[in-house]
Ligand binder design. Structure first.
Ligand SMILES: Nc1ncnc2c1ncn2[C@@H]1O[C@H](COP(=O)(O)OP(=O)(O)OP(=O)(O)O)[C@@H](O)[C@H]1O
Length: 304
């Protein structure tokens, strides 16, 4: 879709207004930004200055008041819900600020899920997580629950921008007292005689993030930092063109922060554009450009 002339992400004169006590204000105010393949960009800024709103506009969860977002050659605001879901599962990898792993799937199956849904491969025999969760439409096509959709299911107007069938898989709606819909499997048993590329890829990502030993665990058994690292593995599973990470080191110690940041840098060096919102000074050492979001305006602070 993208040619050599066109940036992967092109944001032009983008504005999104909300109303506060009847008065309109611009949470994102005439923002311009272009990001090419392989660039690693950080956005910093105080709370309430429009960072999440900007990410929601890029991923199509919010519609702009004016201006445009072009991602991989497509005008995001003009896409249907289904097309946006497909874009989010194939072109974008998203690491949300909140935890959105699916509680009824093991760590390994959470990481594999986007690849199964995105058509990137065939699930190992007996362990297709999408089938187990019934994630198909009436017409048999796949319903795609991306992290972004689970994290930001509502628009600023309070209206839903995602198909209702997707929302029912939000982690917040998983009842912890319900029996698991997938029976727990021991790692050794589930991987025996499997030489599946999806399992291999998921395991490699989990290994690089230092959490492969947790593959057979369920999200409720993990710490916040462990869940964060599994979310990063899941976001990278489909080898996205654009990785968006909202505070990816938010609850990590210094050692885990370095592991995650090395992986994100390496991901950019391999050609994926990485867009990260962060408050973490340690994370900034790894990026190519740093912007500050200040009352909705995006200002370039530092370029390497
Ligand atoms: N749905 C909404 N309706 C009205 N105002 C909103 C809505 N969403 C965000 N805002 C307002 O827009 C502004 C920007 O919010 P946003 O969440 O984008 O900030 P942020 O920089 O991501 O903050 P944080 O770092 O705390 O996540 C804030 O003043 C917020 O109150």
């Amino acid at each position: 879709m993208q040619d050599h002339e066109t940036p992967l992400l092109a944001i032009h004169d983008l504005t999104r207004e909300f109303k506060r006590r009847g008065e309109a204000f611009a949470a994102v105010d005439h923002v311009d930004l272009t990001v090419d393949a392989g660039e690693f960009i950080a956005i910093v800024g105080r709370s309430g200055n429009g960072k999440s709103t900007l990410l929601n506009l890029i991923t199509g969860l919010l519609k702009p008041t004016s201006g445009s977002v072009t991602l991989d050659g497509r005008d995001v605001a003009s896409l249907s819900d289904r097309e946006i879901s497909a874009l989010r599962n194939t072109v974008i990898g998203f690491v949300p600020q909140s935890h959105t792993l699916l509680g009824n799937l093991t760590v390994l199956d959470n990481v594999i899920l986007p690849a199964v849904l995105g058509g990137g491969g065939k699930a190992p025999v007996g362990r297709d997580p999408s089938t187990a969760l019934g994630m198909t439409d009436d017409d048999g096509s796949l319903v795609i629950p991306s992290e972004a959709e689970e994290s930001f299911a509502k628009t600023g107007d309070g209206s839903s921008v995602i198909p209702s069938e997707v929302e029912e898989f939000s982690e917040t709606q998983v009842d912890p007292d319900m029996p698991d819909v997938i029976a727990p499997m021991h790692a050794a048993e589930s991987h025996a005689s499997e030489a599946d590329p999806l399992v291999d890829r998921a395991t490699e990502l989990l290994t690089r993030l230092g959490v492969a030993d947790l593959s057979a665990c369920y999200p409720k058994e993990l710490s916040g930092g462990e869940m964060r690292r599994v979310s990063i593995a899941r976001a990278l599973m489909n080898d996205p063109k654009l990785l968006i990470a909202d505070e990816p080191t938010g609850d990590l110690d210094a050692e885990s922060t370095a592991i995650v940041m090395h992986l994100l840098r390496e991901t950019a060096d391999r050609g994926t554009a990485v867009l990260m919102v962060t408050h973490d000074p340690d994370a900034l050492a790894y990026v190519d450009r740093r912007y500050r979001m200040d009352r909705g305006a995006l200002v370039l602070e530092r370029s390497v």
